[in-house]
Ligand binder design. Structure first.
Ligand code: HEM
Length: 485
């Protein structure tokens, strides 16, 4: 026996199995134009998908403080962000190639449908990704996104204010759906092969697929992403916290607590009144936290005193509290907080909550009230004081300032870029004046939903699906040197 057959090669059989697998997965022979970059975009999209999974899983394991504060964590987060930018740009080009070459025609119609659903999911996925970051941008996007989902009547299932739900969707559910759809997309495409020209006069030869070029392009893409991530890291703007806000401006927080109690805040009067916003702001923001604090301190319970009082006295208490908290500084106000010789229970409750809000206890109580919906209460509370919109305006990233295209950099010229792919939403918003329309979120959601449906079912829509052939833009994609021989 010779020594070669006796000593098993380390990883030999595995490497062979991998080669066999690749052999089955690869396209081996292609029409001559198939080696051009136009048909390499799907592989580049897959490269991005792998990079997104690798960086995303690393961040999920290491945790938020790592990706926000640790230099390596910031670098990994920046790679993730730049890969998203590349992924969407590549997907748009891939779609344009499929569209102009009519690559979606029978029998490849379902290749397109699976791809189009992936694209929709990718766009949704990016929003949940920004929501996970854990900075101001996450808060602002979560609140704007929640309005969008509520407007589309999906708010019951999709609530970006719920961090745990956002995490599950972004890290597990949507990636898994994208992966399954990609497998279906690729298996179908692989079984049919790359589409042939719709014009019979266009000639081509069958040639071996150039896998070396395909991988070289993939390496160049990854290198470009790493360089961009190194020089232009993902931004971070400190999140707004109830404790900081109360320390800076206690009377504003007290006035807001009164509005929550009086059920006149934005959340209490929310138009798209569907879950998770159907909660009673009086109980969530004032009564329950106050009762928790009062039970730990002991003494007279102001809420019980309020409840025991006759209706007209309750009304008096509320009116007096309204005047009291409407003062520029409720603390130094000269108005009495005594009615009929009794301390006004509404003022007492709110004044008890302020110190707890300053030291972070109030926010902790809100988040514990219904752990399944997580940050929803705290974010809505901050939003009721209009803090997100105001800060977004100062950063030049409010929706009316086309903020989605700029993000925290506040400029379309600075890097990394914002979510430029949301530009159509900005155009729809401003063309139909949706931002000043109370049902604007609903209308934008329905409009974009209809466009998405049109996009997904495009190969099945008669006349429209023939338009790319009529425009006849594809010949330059098919043009190859071989053709001239
Ligand atoms: C995760 C995202 C995606 C990946 C990884 C991916 C991957 C691929 C790959 C590897 C191919 C084969 C050759 C080529 O690259 O053209 C392909 C073909 C194709 N894809 Fe995608 N794709 C994705 C998303 C999409 C989207 C969003 C659409 C359109 C809505 C789409 C439509 C098509 C079509 C029509 C073809 C057939 C092209 C032809 O045969 O000429 N794909 N895709």
């Amino acid at each position: 026996m010779d020594s070669e057959s006796e000593t098993p090669k380390p990883f030999g059989p595995r490497a062979n199995a991998f080669k066999t697998l690749l052999g089955k997965i690869y396209f081996h022979r292609l029409p001559s134009y198939g080696n051009k970059i136009f048909y390499g975009l799907g592989f580049l999209a897959l490269t991005c998908l792998v990079l997104l999974a690798a960086t995303g899983i690393t961040m999920a394991f290491m945790g938020q403080s790592w990706w926000l504060a640790n230099p390596l964590g910031i670098f990994v987060r920046s790679i993730h962000l730049w890969t998203v930018q590349a992924f969407i740009a590549i997907l748009i080009l891939h779609i344009l190639v499929g569209l102009t070459t009519s690559g979606f025609r029978k029998p490849r119609r379902m290749v397109w449908v699976f791809g189009a659903i992936i694209f929709g999911l990718v766009l949704i996925q990016t929003e949940f990704g920004y929501g996970l970051r854990g900075d101001f941008s996450s808060q602002f996007r979560a609140v704007s996104g929640a309005d969008f989902w509520n407007g589309s009547h999906l708010g019951y299932w999709l609530n970006p204010l719920n961090y745990n739900q956002t995490f599950a969707l972004h890290v597990a559910i949507i990636p898994l759906l994208i992966l399954l759809l990609f497998i279906a997309h690729y298996i179908l495409e692989h079984s049919y092969g790359i589409a042939r020209p719709y014009r019979p006069d266009i000639k081509y030869k069958m040639v071996p697929a150039d896998h070396a070029v395909m991988y070289r392009r993939g390496v160049a893409l990854v290198a470009a992403i790493l360089v961009l991530a190194f020089f232009f890291p993902s931004p971070y703007v400190r999140a707004i916290r109830i404790a900081d806000v109360t320390q800076q401006n206690p009377s504003m927080v007290a006035a807001n607590l009164f509005q929550e109690f009086n059920r006149t805040s934005e959340t209490a009067t929310y138009l798209d009144s569907i879950d998770p916003y159907t909660f009673d702001t009086r109980y969530v923001y004032v009564v329950i936290p106050y009762q928790k604090l009062a039970s730990s301190v002991g003494g007279e319970n102001a809420w019980q005193a309020f409840e025991r009082a006759p209706t007209n006295t309750q009304h008096q208490y509320t009116q007096q509290a309204q005047q009291y908290f409407a003062q520029p500084s409720a603390k130094s106000v000269a108005l009495p907080n005594i009615t009929n010789g009794v301390a006004n229970p509404v003022i007492t409750m709110i004044n008890t909550l302020i110190p707890a809000a300053k030291n972070g206890l109030y926010a902790a109580i809100l988040n514990q009230e219904q752990p399944s919906i997580n940050d929803t209460y705290t974010l809505r509370f901050l939003n009721d004081m209009n803090l997100f919109e105001r800060k977004a305006e100062t950063l030049n990233m409010d929706t009316a300032q086309w903020g989605m295209t700029k993000d925290e950099t506040g400029s379309i010229w600075k890097l990394p870029p914002g979510s430029w792919w949301l530009l159509p939403l900005g155009i729809v918003n401003s063309s139909f004046n949706l931002l000043s329309n109370p049902y604007g979120d609903r209308d934008a959601a329905w409009g974009l939903g209809a466009l998405m449906l049109l996009f997904i079912t495009f190969p099945y829509i008669p006349f429209l699906n023939r338009l790319p052939e009529k425009l006849n833009l594809a010949p330059f994609i098919w043009k190859t040197k071989e053709k001239k021989e």
